[in-house]
Design a protein around this ligand. Sequence first.
Ligand SMILES: [Zn+2]
Length: 324
Amino acid sequence: MATLEITFLQGQLEERKRRLEAAIALAPQNAGLAGLLREVDLALERMGKGSYGICEECYESVEQERLMADPLVRYCLDHLTQPQRDALQRDLDLASEVQRRLLPQAALRAGGWETSYHYAPLGPVSGDYVDLIPTDGQLFFVLGDVSGKGVAASMLMTQLHALFRSLASMSLSLGQIVKQANRVFCESALAGHYATLVCGHAKPSGEVEIHNAGHWPAIVAGRGGVLRIESTGLPLGMFLEGEFSATRLQLEPGDTLFLYTDGLSEARGTCNEYGVDRITCLVRQQATRPPAGLIAACIDDLRAFVDGSSLQDDLTLLAIRRHS
Ligand SMILES: [Zn+2]
């Protein structure tokens, strides 16, 4: 493990030791506290000897994200005891339930727009993020992907969800929303975690303001043809300062905006990746269908492309269409 992480975890352990000692001074009869203090002391001892973060069963490294969440972890995921496995499963089930409840309303219609999305985590939880927030007669949309996997990524996704929910209701410009979300995310996310995303406002007039922060191209399709909205900014959480410019588009009745995560663009077929060209082509062909039909066609095509193999990543799709 890198020195920076060790220093961070050592600080975490020393802080816990101080807290435990203070709590024990107030409640000396509490055997649970004394047991925890012993574990913290043993972890600090392992740190001194250089054996910290090594699984006591197989001597391989313990997963770093688990150490960050609980610096007392002593076994890798493969070598948990049955009660530890059961406890982990309960945590994952709960995290999964929390995440499921954060999803926006299915088939939401707002401000002259109809929507449909598909959200399919690979495991119990996902770092994929999708939200639809109707505010002041317009629709705020966001779809993104937090780096990393598992519970840590899913918790960062929850944080982004809360951030955008709050900022979207504050009558800020799109640039200000993304700038503020980036600052708060930067200051609170773990180092090395960031999020690529596409977000924007869809107005009743058909005007769409959109920002792509390091994410895959958004695709707009309609009678006027197909357009890709490429990234013009860095992912959120990389740098505290950043400029976030918005692109303005005019969508006509029946035009559709399509967003997706790498579960689609990087899906592996027998000899190549699904890729943005195939997505663009599919959206062009299916552009006249309502959002739910476009999403269904996309999932069918993805299934045909992977030809029976299972998907390797979280998959999120979002289609937003101006009422015809
Ligand atoms: Zn192990």
